[in-house]
Design a protein around this ligand. Structure first.
Ligand code: FE2
Length: 200
């Protein structure tokens, strides 16, 4: 099954700055995603992106929401339409005249799968958080205290165990860190500190 998008431009430049409201985005998420594990994953990635945009990029609230919205909807079509994953949500957001940069971030969140290169910092951070966030969440579920007391070195141990969260590609995690120019240690630290605050 190929998920290649075979295109490189997304949305319409005239829609720059257009976003869904928080209510509209959450409605779409709840309508399309029935799987609570997947919904939590998107809430976690969106929370990380919003927090990163605010703390590390010093972006204003409008831009923080653009980053958050990309995270919130990046896998919205995975639950019901895995064979057209990414294509379906892109077309939905295009039909709703959403900012092309948000659509591009979603289109490039898995360059090895969708064939679209992450370009902006938002693109790169979505790619950087996506898989690593999942691995760290899996680690929290096997710890009696969850995220409490979690340390970076524990995460790094799990990363080296190839049978732990075996479906999470270690190559992609390193590739994403390189492309974002954010060291893996910093990404892990940020996720360990902030991911616990995301709830469905
Ligand atoms: Fe994801």
């Amino acid at each position: 099954m190929s998920l290649l998008l075979n295109r490189n431009t997304f949305g319409n430049a005239a829609n720059k700055g257009n976003v869904l409201s928080k209510e509209e985005a959450n409605q779409l998420l709840n309508d399309w995603v029935k799987n609570d594990k997947l919904k939590l994953h998107m809430k976690q990635v969106s929370h990380l992106l919003k927090t990163w945009a605010a703390e590390k990029e010093q972006l204003n609230e409008e831009d923080q929401w653009r980053w958050e919205m990309a995270g919130l909807l990046h896998d919205a079509d995975w639950d019901q339409w895995p064979e057209t994953h990414c294509k379906k949500i892109i077309e939905e957001l295009e039909s709703r005249n959403v900012d092309p940069e948000i659509i591009h971030a979603i289109a490039s969140h898995g360059p090895n799968h969708f064939g679209v290169e992450p370009e902006t910092k938002m693109d790169k951070m979505l790619y950087a958080f996506d898989e690593l966030s999942g691995l760290i969440h899996a680690y929290s579920l096997m710890r009696p205290t969850g995220y409490d007391g979690m340390e970076r070195k524990g995460v790094k141990k799990r990363l080296k165990e190839k049978y732990f969260a075996a479906n999470v590609s270690r190559e992609e995690i390193q590739d994403a860190s390189n492309r974002a120019s954010v060291p893996l240690d910093d990404l892990i630290q940020f996720i360990v500190e902030h991911q616990k605050d995301a709830k469905i």
